[in-house]
Each structure stands twice: as structure tokens, then as C-alpha cells.
Design a protein around this ligand. Structure first.
Ligand SMILES: *Cc1c(COP(=O)(O)O)cnc(C)c1O
Length: 373
């Protein structure tokens, strides 16, 4: 079975083997050396002033970012389940929330965020997904961040990059917090979340807020290559291994280029079958198709063709399917997947199978790869 859900994603073999080594105690020079090395590799990935690893799922990092960086009103963008979550976190933690809400295919615009910031002077942080996984859309986060900072540089910008860090380069110059999670683009088992922080964010954090998710305690400890509480040792060992695996496979820039090309070739291959891309501004992390037979196609992919893709949630349940593009994915696996979509459509009587999907994918992907050699 090919795992093509946009999280969890397959864990490379070298990484699984690295995590099979005997468990280390977290307060030892051996683990501190591993922590230090992984931390240095993370700085190369995030390009932020500080990076913090938390033993939690991605949502823990979202909550840590909101409680430590927002002291009054959080402006959040809800164009899907994960954007909605930022607002829920703010309210659950006793903060105010102003929400910009969109259907799950529509990204936020710079203008409406600027307007909302101007209309709500108590907003001291803005939270938004880089890639909103609910509908597979890309928000113009960098442009929004620049516009908000131009109004008031003290407003903190929290960017959820859980399905973006490791997928595409992100300009962090106007971001105060960039979040990643182990089980999505970083190809690891669940259990580790990472926050990249700006110097301004560290200043605002001050003494920190909360207890377990108090970022001040973690900043203090992690700059000394240890953690405030028990580290997620095994996943951190895996993270070091995955970042080295990316290097061994040609480096992060090559991964970004291959991901962008694979996402484009997949979209064109599926469109050539008469299918429609759901989001108005697709993220590179996943290919999202809206279709009246989405459920049937997804079921057939799994039962007949050995490809596991994700469906939709809430009001999009049964209406969309999402094919993962995150991680070190072999192009032949994607060829097999788009071919399986064509086979499923043939089984449903929607078209005669003629190999269009794999031909279009191959033409775009491999012509570009050959051309760039
Ligand atoms: C998966 C995901 C999350 C939540 O992460 P958990 O690890 O499930 O807590 C947050 N944001 C985005 C964009 C995601 O895709």
C-alpha cells in the first residue's frame, strides 16, 4: 500500500533504522550531542533566530505560540480546520479572537488582513497557516506579514508551517514564529513539534506564559542543548536522521524543486483526466481534487489499486480527496498514483482508460528533469 495521505507521511528506511537504536537517557552528554547537532540542522531549515523542539503534536506548538506571543487579541484566518483551531485556542486560553473566515478553497487577501488589523487596535498577534491542509490551499503569508509589520512592527506574526516547512522555501523575514510538526513534511512519526522564533518574539515572550508550554523555560534550556522536561529523544534522533537524509539526496533546495515539479505534474495529469483542483491557490504540500465521485475514487484507490489518499473533513467529507506531495517521494510512486486515479475513473465508467494521466505526468516531470541536467 502506498501511503499518500498528507500526514502522516512515510518514514524513510534510514530514519526508521536510526530510531531503532537503544533508548538514550535525555540528561546525558550522548543525547546532548545529538540534540546540539539536530538543533544546528534545524537552524539551516528554518532560518530563524531561535528554534525550539517540543514533545507534543503540532497543536501543542500552536497553543504555545498563541499563549506566549499573544497577550490580548489574536487575529486568525479560518479557511479550514487548522485556521479555525487558532481561534479556538485563543478563546480557550482566555484571549480575545477576531476571525477572518473563508470557504476552504479561498485564501486570505493582504487587504482584508490589513483592514482587520486597522479596525481592531487591540490585535497584538496574527495567526495563519502557510499551507491550510483542510482544503490544500496556500495563504500569501509572507505578503500578509510584511503588510502587518508595516502598520505595526510589534504585532507578532505566527505562521503554521506544519505542511509547509520542508516543502517549499518560506521567507521568514517578517515572521515571528514558524511552526513545524514531525509527522507531516518532516517524514517522522508523530510526537515532535518545532517552533522557529524571531528575536522580537523572544523579547515579547519575556518570562513566558503557562507551565509545560512556557517558551521562556525552553529557550533557556534548549540554547544549552537540553530541554526543560523529558525530550522526545527517539523522534529527535529521527529528525537528525531525516535532515541528513535530505542532504544525502541532494539537499533541501533539490527537495523543494522536486516537490514543486511533482505537484505541478500531478495537477496537470489529474486535470487532463477532467478532474478539478479544489483550492483557488493550491499549496505544494498536497494535490486536492473536488469531485462528485471523490469518495468512490478514494475507496477504489485503496481497495483495488493500493494507494491510500486522504478525503475531506466536515462539510467537505466525501467531496474532495487529497494526495500528499510532502517528503522525499519517488516520482514513480506518483506515476502509479495518478495512473490509479485514471483506472478508478475507468472503473466508475467516467472515461476509457488510455494512460493519459501517467503520460502527462511523465512528460512534465521527466522532460524537466532531463532538461535541467
Ligand atoms: C496536521 C496539522 C496541524 C495539527 O497538527 P497535530 O499534529 O495533529 O496536532 C496543524 N496545522 C496544520 C496545517 C496541519 O496540517
Amino acid at each position: 500500500m502506498l501511503l499518500f495521505t498528507p500526514g502522516p507521511t512515510p518514514v524513510p528506511e534510514s530514519v526508521r533504522l536510526a530510531m531503532a537504536t537503544p533508548t538514550l537517557h535525555h540528561r546525558t552528554p550522548e543525547f546532548e550531542a545529538i540534540f546540539k547537532e539536530t538543533r544546528e540542522l534545524l537552524f539551516n531549515l528554518f532560518h530563524t533566530d531561535e528554534v525550539i523542539m517540543l514533545a507534543s503534536s503540532g497543536t501543542g506548538a500552536m497553543e504555545a505560540a498563541v499563549t506566549n506571543l499573544c497577550h490580548n487579541t489574536l487575529l486568525s484566518v479560518n479557511a479550514g480546520k487548522f485556521g479555525e483551531r487558532f481561534g479556538k485556542i485563543a478563546l480557550a486560553c482566555g484571549l480575545n479572537n477576531v476571525e477572518i473566515k473563508h470557504e476552504w478553497h479561498t485564501p486570505a487577501s493582504v487587504e482584508e488582513v490589513v483592514e482587520a488589523v486597522k479596525a481592531n487596535p487591540s490585535v497584538d498577534a496574527v495567526a495563519i497557516q502557510v499551507s491550510e491542509s483542510a482544503g490544500g490551499l496556500r495563504h500569501p503569508v509572507e505578503a500578509i506579514a510584511a503588510a502587518v509589520k508595516a502598520i505595526n512592527p510589534e504585532i507578532m506574526i505566527i505562521a503554521d508551517g506544519i505542511t509547509a516547512v520542508g516543502v517549499e522555501p518560506i521567507d521568514v523575514s517578517n515572521l515571528d514564529c514558524l511552526i513545524a510538526g514531525s509527522q507531516k513534511a518532516l517524514m517522522l512519526p508523530p510526537g515532535l513539534a518545532i517552533l522557529g522564533l524571531s528575536t522580537e518574539a523572544i523579547e515579547k515572550i519575556g518570562e513566558g506564559k503557562g507551565y509545560y508550554l512556557n517558551l521562556a523555560s525552553e529557550i533557556k534550556k534548549q540554547s544549552q542543548n537540553t530541554t526543560a522536561y523529558t525530550a522526545a529523544t527517539t523522534v529527535i534522533i529521527g529528525l537528525g536522521a531525516v535532515l541528513k537524509e535530505i542532504d544525502a539526496k541532494g539537499g533541501i533546495e533539490k527537495l523543494y524543486a522536486n516537490t514543486a515539479l511533482r505537484a505541478e505534474a500531478t495537477a496537470k495529469a489529474l486535470e487532463a483526466l477532467g478532474l478539478h483542483i479544489y483550492p483557488n491557490s493550491p499549496a505544494l504540500s498536497m494535490s486536492t481534487i473536488v469531485d462528485e465521485n471523490a469518495k468512490e475514487i478514494r475507496d477504489l484507490l485503496k481497495s483495488d489499486f493500493g494507494v491510500n489518499v486522504a478525503g475531506g473533513q466536515d462539510h467537505l467529507k466525501g467531496k474532495i480527496f487529497r494526495i500528499n506531495q510532502m517528503g522525499l517521494i519517488e516520482p514513480y510512486e506518483m506515476v502509479a498514483s495518478v495512473n490509479a486515479v485514471e483506472l478508478a475513473m475507468a472503473k466508475l465508467g467516467r472515461r476509457t482508460f488510455d494512460g493519459t494521466a501517467s503520460r502527462v505526468f511523465n512528460e512534465i516531470y521527466f522532460k524537466t528533469i532531463l532538461g535541467s541536467k
